[in-house]
Write a protein that binds this ligand. Sequence first.
Ligand code: TYD
Length: 159
Amino acid sequence: MYKLNQIIEVPEIINNSKTKTGIKKCQIVQLPKITDHRGNLTVIENNKNIPFEIKRVYYLYDVPGGVERGSHAHKNLQQLIVAISGSFDIIIDDGYHKKKYHLNRSYYGLYICPMVWREIINFSSGAVCMSLASDLYDESDYYRNYQDFMKSIKRQKLK
Ligand code: TYD
């Protein structure tokens, strides 16, 4: 499991190889941090720090304690999720394996590929969860029901 005090070497563009699927393809991306006595600065650039073009940005904030967000998977959407402020946990699940990440730094992002169920839990007070997405909002790209997601995963395996 990813720990914050661990030194992680991350290539400029994360390994997006087609041979990797599911949660093996989901990785922590270390974003550039420009430290300054006036305050730090982190930058994210299309196709440089992340392997997709950003078409949409949205963020969750004012999340009451104990509330869970996410609980869905996407058919095609790629995302990078960053704890811009505060912290939360993300559980990712590709139907075969699950992994839990704790995000609490604005210079680490979690890349989530398509066909991965995610649950975002344990929001700290003041947490802001920013999501950079590879496409515009499209409800037809969602699996909102875990059983439907699992059926689709099993169908894909049979192909
Ligand atoms: P939802 O997908 O439930 O949020 P999360 O999975 O992050 O907990 O979205 C909440 C509502 O916001 C839902 O009605 C869809 C709408 N929405 C948009 O209109 N545009 C967007 O880009 C997103 C992410 C959600």
